[in-house]
Structures are given as C-alpha cells and as structure tokens.
Design a protein. Sequence first.
Lengths: 534, 423
Amino acid sequence: MPRVTVNGVTVEVPEGINVVKAAEMAGQEIPHYCYHPALSVAGNCRMCLIDIRAMSAKQPNPLPKLQIGCNTIVADGMVVETNNPRVEEARRGVLEFLLINHPIDCPICDQAGECKLQEYYMDYGRQHSRFVLAEKQHKHKATAVGPDIMLDQERCILCTRCVRFLEEVTGTNELCIKERGDHSELSLAQGKSVDNPYATNIVDLCPVGALTSREFRFQARVWYLDSVPSICTGCSTGCNVDVHFRRDNLYRIKPRANAEVNGYWMCDAGRHTWRDNHGDHRLVAGYARRGDEFVQVDSSDAVLRSASLLQGCGKVAVVASASLTMEEGYLVSLIARKIGTGPCIVLSPATSEIADDGTLISTDRYPNRAGLLALGFRESSVLPADVDGVLVARCDAVGVDEVAWGTRLEGMRTTVVVDDRVSKAMAYADTVIAIASHFEAPGTFVSRRGRLQVLGAAVPAPGAAVAGWQAFAELLGALGGPRYQSVDEVFAALSLELSLGTARTHAELGACGETIAQRSAPESNTTLSAANPA
Amino acid sequence: MQEKVLLRYRDLSVDLKMIDNYIESGGYSTARRVFSEIAPEKVIEMVKESNLRGRGGAGFPTGLKWTFLAKNTGKPNYLLCNADESEPGTFKDRAIIENDPHQLLEGMMISAHAIGCTNAYIYIRGEFAYGAEVLKRAIAEACEKGFLGNDVFGLGRELNIHVHRGAGAYICGEETGLIESLEGKRAHPRIKPPFPAVYGVFGCPTIVNNVETLACVKHIVERGPAWFKAIGPETGPGPKLYGVSGHVRNPGVFELPMGTSLREIIEVHAGGMREGRQLKAVIPGGSSVPILRADEIDIAMDFDSVAKAGSMLGSAGIIVMDDSTDMVAALRRVSHFYHHESCGQCTPCREGTGWLEKIVTALDEGRGTEEDLRKLDNVAKGMLGTTICVLSDAAAMPVRSFLDKFGEEFRAAVRRSAGAAAA
C-alpha cells in the first residue's frame, strides 16, 4: 500500500485513491465542491488545489503547478501540502471567484448552516468583497425544476454534481448546463422535469443553496434541528438515513452513507415516510371494549386486559405485518409460545404495485420480512382456520380481502390489536394497545440482503403510546414470561438465540449495521434461510 | 527570395486545389512512398529527428507526442487535425487550407500511417465555411484517385479523412475541448491525465496536431529531417508561417525560416508602419501571449527566443499596434474576447474573465481607481495555472503584461477618472 505524506502526516492508504481521500485518512481536510466519491471526477471547482512537493518515491521532484486533489491519484512516497501559503492564496482566490457573482442571500437561504460556501468562507476565506455589488450577474431565482426541487441559478456554483448524478446514477439526464462563461446556468433539459424516483438526492448533493427541497424550504433553520441515525422503513432495502427533527416534530430524512446498502442515496418515497407520522390516524391511547362501548384505558390496563383475554380464549393466532422490529417480533414469538399457538404469521404481501428497480427500490414495502422469517414467522395471506382469538401486531392487512378479514375477526372470541395507528382490525378489537411508530422507539431490522441495522428514535411517541418492545414485553410478563426491562436486553436475548452476528447491543451493532447472512438471490427478497436458527 | 515550402502555391501559377495540378507538381508521391516503403516507426523517427515542434501554439515536440500513444489497446488510433484556428491575430492555417488543401491531406496521410490510424478528422472552425468546402472537395478528389478510402494507393490499406465543422467557439481549439466537440458534446476541456494519446476521442488513443504541423510532416519526410533542421534554430526548426495584422502597410501571412527577427518580419515583410506612425507595441503570438514594447522587437521569432524575451511564439499571429493605439481600450477588447469565450467550466476562468473585463471597462470608461489597478493584476494572478485548460492563463497573461509594459497609460486613465470625478 502506498505511503503518502499530507502536511507532514504520513499514512498508508489503499492503492488508486485520490489525494482528497488520502488527506482525509491523514486527518487533513482538502476543501472541495465538485468532487463526490460516488460520481465521476469533474475537476471544475478548483477548490481542492494542492501543492505536490514530491510526486512519488521514484519522482521526488515537486510539480511546478498546483494540482487538483480530486484528480491526483496517490503514489508511494508522494508528499503533498494543502496549507502552505501558495495553496492558501490560490484557494482564497477560488473562493473569492465563487462568491463574486453569488447573491449571498444567506438570511433567506435554506442551505444556510449546511452550506459549503459558508463553511469554507469561514475556514479559508474571510475576506471583504472586492467586487462591485451592482455588477453582479443576475439569473433566475426560485424556479421549480421538479415536484420537490427548487432551483436558484444565482446560488449555483456550477459544480455539476447534480448533472453528473442524473447522468451517471439515474441515467435520466434532466439537468444540464447551458450558455457558457459566467452566463452558464444550470437548466432543465428541454421538456424534462426532475421527477425520477431518486430526484431529491441532488438536493443533498448540492453543496450550496442552488437546489433545495420544496418540502423543506422555509420550514426550519437547520441549526435548530437534531438528527438521529436510523433506517428507512419504506421498503425492505433498509437504506441508512438520518432523521432530522426538532422537539416533537419530524422535518426531513436524508440518506446516510453505507457502502453495503445504499451508497450515498435513497429514494424519494423513502424520504417522505415521515409525513404520516403526525396526524389524526395515530393511536394516542389504549382502548378496551366495555359492553358495546369502546373506551379509552391507560396502557398498562390495556396490556393486562389483553393478557387475560388471550390466556382464556383457546387457540390464538398471532398475525403481524413485516414492519415489526426484531425486538417486537422476538417478544411476539415468545408470547405465541407462551399461549401455545402455532407459528406467528406475516400477513403482508411480499410484492406490491411498485416494482423492484434493481437498485434501491424494493417491491416489498415492509422493512423486516427477512428478520421475521429468521425469527420463525411464516408467510400467509389468510388467517389460519380454527382459531378462537387473534393478536394483531402492527398489521394493516394490506392485500387481504377486507370483507373476509372483517368476517373472520368478527367471529373471534378475542381480538387484541397492537398498533401505532388506526387499522381495519380495530373495529373488531376487544383491546387496543397504542405503540410508538418507527420514528419514536429504537429497534432493529434485517434488510432483504440480510443486513441487521438499528432504527433510531427521533421524537417521543404521541399521548400514551409506548414503545412497541415495551408493550410486548409487558404483555409477555403479564402472561408469566420473562420481564425484559430494556430494548437492549431484548436485543441481547434474540441475537444470542438466533446467533445473529456478534453484536449484543444496538451500540455494538453500530451505525452501519452488520450483515448476518449471505445475500439471497436478487429476485427473492424474502428468504433468509441461512440465518434461520432452526 | 527564399523558396516557399508551406506556401508553395504562391510561387506556382497553377491552382493547387485541383488534385491533378497538385500531383503534377510532385504531390502525393511522398505519401505513396511512405505507404508502400516506409515503416511507421521510421516515419516517427524522422519526425523526432527533425525536432518539429507543434505549430498550434504550445510548441510541443511532435515526434515525442506521437510516441505517447497508448499501445496494444485493442482500440483504433485517431488522428485529429486541429483546424479550429481561432486565436485572435492568427490566420496562417487558413492560407494552407484554402490554397493547398492536398498538402495538408498528404501530411495527414503520412502522419496517420505513422501512428496507425485509419480514420482521421479535420476539425475546422465553423467560420471557415469556404475552407471546409475546399477540404471536402480535396478529400473527394483524393478518394476518387484511390489515395484515400478502403484501398489506399491500391495497397489494400484503409484511410478515411473526415471534415467536421465547429460552430464558432474558441474553446474548441483546445485539444480536449475539440475532442469533446467532435464527440458531439459541449467543448468543455477534459481534465488531464489521462491525455488524449491514452484516452482521446471516443475513448481511443488520439493524436491532435495543428494544420501547419501536419503540413510540415509531409516536407520532413519528403526532404529529410536534416533539411528541416537546417532551417532556423536546431531546437525548433523549420519553415514557419507568420501572420501579421494590425497597423502595418502590408498585413498577411509570410513563410520565413523559424527564428526570423520580429523586426524584420514587421519592417521588411509586412512593409513597416503606416505613414507617419510609430510602432508602439507588438503581440507576437496571438492575443493571449504577453505583449512586447516597440523597443523589444529585436528578437528571433522561435519558441525559445520569444520565451526568453518574456512572451511566447504561440501561433505566431503577430498583432502590431502603432502610436495611435489606446492600450486600455486594446486590453478591453482582448478581455472582452476571453470573457465571451470562457467555457465556464472552471471557477477562476468563468468568474475571472468577466471580472477582468468589468474592471478594464471601468478604467476605459473613466470610472477606474488606483485600487482597480491592483485588483486587476491580482485577479489575473489568481487565474494563472489554476484551471483545467489554459484559456484562463490566456485571459490573464495579456492583462498582466499590458499593466507591466504600459502601466503608465493605465495610471493616466485612473488620473483622468479622478479628474473627471473632481470636476
């Protein structure tokens, strides 16, 4: 492996990487705009200029001209300086060039606070403007270029990250640069709109405020937002995300890099999964049937009533959707064992009208089918026959015949519903336990490719709803099973029992998770036989 | 009077555009000999031996460039003739294209043979509509004679030459901009490495040579490297086309030995200054190179000598300015050109070329300040060596040299502005 020295720090780096990455490994920052590790090298912003003092051990001579770090591949014995006066002067110059025609409308720009122009100005610029204000180049502002994307051409620094993404990643080519020189502007290709399923990634890619999300525009100052690493629950792919929130409110979801799962991207549908976390459809309290009436009860009351109903009703089926977390699924399977039912059932379709696109979008719209199957759940599209009661866990019964489903539930002696939102089953329920959504309580999922990953809790559950693992743990306890006190306790138990990798706590699993099984065939997104403890 | 080689058409009474006339005067015999008798390596050796340096502006040794071609790639090699002659003050290639197109084609055939190319392109600037027609007709004639096509000289070899017209952008003359444009894209110069010899047009090994360079190749092979080397300085010899424009009595293209003195070119060949006028300044190699004062023209016009004098031979487009010239206005025009032509890809050039023009315009219009002069020099400095291609340098060099050589005129412009403001 080549040894490279950056600002006096020598590190061993992998063959073939560029100096920007090598510097990062040496703990040195090389500022850059146009370079992105997942896109081709454009080399146009000129921000990553570096001084190569020695090309390699074989050619120890310095290069006369400054080079761009993004297009310089490391060589053994390379010596690079990124902070000497020559580089600093050139970089200050580039920053000044970038800013002369920039509107500097930070006070009304949504990018403020996460803008590379602002950051690098503070780190490397800090000079007064020498440009005559009245001579600034004016271009179009606030132009909608897609359902969720707004373009401000004045703010654009023409780094072409978005253009390259749409060319190289999605292959849809909606954006292009037109005109030339300082008239150059980012523009929609004729007759196009940036409305592909991955469109909003260009908002994340944009290092400045040129491309902003129409959903997020003017909603919050980013420095007021907190974020928690999590997993997208929109389908079985399990894209790694950061959930951005403030107090009780969610604001946006952004992809988090994980080379094993989603690279740097996520789909737009996944970004929008937070939208229905707030609203009247959420369950905020437990309910119990009292005669003909359905009354609100506190959550422990709902749990205790459910336990006694399930215990006394004969044969019980447990049905769930594939959106139970591993912890919830494990507890549910323990409950099933306790009350002596057959295997728990996954009652959600593995396919949908959305087709697998071969990259991130899965036809399976549920996040944890692989995990539940590993836990011993069976797939079915109907309730088993000959049961007297049913425990319905996070089950929306999508794809199940509504009339048949209603008729079956109506005939049950006992129906216990555990969910974070109003569902069809509630109409037939004897008790309802309100639980937190996937934005509100921690847990783990197994992606369709067998990666065990941690779901982070961002905001508190509404009203009296409790974490799902907690509700099921209490139910299990009330049925005479072990009393789990924390989500990590549950996770430790299940990971040990199922031999899921080595991590025994969420923290040990880390932000990027762990692959617990060989990846299955790409067509099949449900099997996880290798991980099944059997 | 020295024998003209590149501009032989001027000494002949026949129209060399007609292939029969060209053949009659000895044309295509060298190409025929090369194709049938001379190994490609031998041609490369001859060109290296001749010390031919590229006539497009950079002066890179042509033979050496050819040896950089990636080998055994399994891909075809391409030869591109850069006929996008766009540097202001430059019109030498046009003389060859419009008057002796077969000379260029023959040079290209020999070069294509040397580098193992079966499809070559002539990328000609859009404004050269007539030149493009002349070339197309010449190619058609050569095909008809069996000199080009699928059976070159009946030897079973393939070579096609295609004419591709540009659409009027200066940047298409930059070799990787040219390649992008030829591929049908915007002419955004590519980052290097990889260089065209490794990854050029259509991703294949590619050599880009200037019109005059390729014409020289014909004569080097025909008359031998020793003949070529005997003309002018050994480190960059050969017959050279100098284009003289501006305030001279007899502007035009002149074929002279490499290294002819700038004074001789202006005073003898271009007829000297207009009646009653004194020489003030000369740009020796196209508008992008540093300007020289009247007292600096006793230099040999070859690559190394002009570089030593602080400028560049460039395209040898000599722009002569007499004492009627307002240097601030002249620089404004130059800066306008580069502002207009910047492709907009790299930050320093995209933003800097416009900024330079704005400052020079302010100075020219009597709105300039002392601070503007410092700023002008400093902005230009920030554009040197910081971009993908050298258009940025091309815009910055004139600014810095005008300020350096004619600073007093710029300071006077500032004083006039201050005076006008006070009044």
